[in-house]
Design a protein around this ligand. Structure first.
Ligand code: PCA
Length: 175
């Protein structure tokens, strides 16, 4: 498996939604059949963006509207090209979500637990983020989160892809 690292460059990804640890799509990143993924630490955006939960499937979206919403927390991984391809398939990049490379802060989990601020214990790095580039402006009327959890007090449980109604186009709710 590691020999693939010689063939495949690594790509740094900031995940903020269902791909995080303990969230519904994290299994995809843990499955070595999909490629390689190494957890580097916690991440925080250096620009405010709206993080919303939308559609009847309760999908988290980071909206490409800088300087609106919050500095959003997530997790940062280095992944190989095979894994990146799987992530792109899941997020339907670039037809639905679109990933762009952004400057983010990276902190080890241990450092985050100290008394210091995230900014004090983190370093700046570039990472790919899956955004919704174009969206209905009504999405900005709802709650904007600082971080995503499927089990949050919002009660908006994510509906996984395999149980969705194939005749229903949820994209119409947000595009
Ligand atoms: N998965 C991607 C984008 C939104 C989602 O649920 C992520 O976790 O970053």
């Amino acid at each position: 498996m590691y020999e693939n690292l010689f063939k495949s460059p690594l790509h740094r990804v900031f995940v903020y939604g269902t791909l995080k640890q303990s969230e519904p799509n994290h299994g995809l990143m843990k499955d070595t059949a999909n490629g390689y993924a190494k957890f580097l630490g916690l991440g925080k955006t250096t620009v405010q963006y709206p993080l919303v939960i939308a559609t009847k499937y309760n999908i988290p979206f980071l909206l490409k509207k800088p300087n609106t919403g919050n500095y959003v927390f997530g997790e940062i991984y280095d992944v190989d090209s095979n894994m990146l391809k799987r992530l792109d398939e899941l997020e339907e990049h670039p037809q639905f979500y679109e990933r762009t490379e952004e400057t983010v802060l990276l902190a080890s989990e241990a450092a985050f637990k100290s008394e210091k601020t995230f900014e004090e214990v983190s370093e700046s790095t570039k990472a790919w983020i899956y955004f919704l580039p174009k969206f209905k402006s009504s999405l900005l009327d709802g709650t904007m989160y600082k971080s995503y959890s499927n089990n949050g007090s919002h009660g908006l449980k994510y509906c996984e892809k395999y149980v969705r109604d194939s005749s229903y186009d949820h994209r119409k709710e947000v595009l």
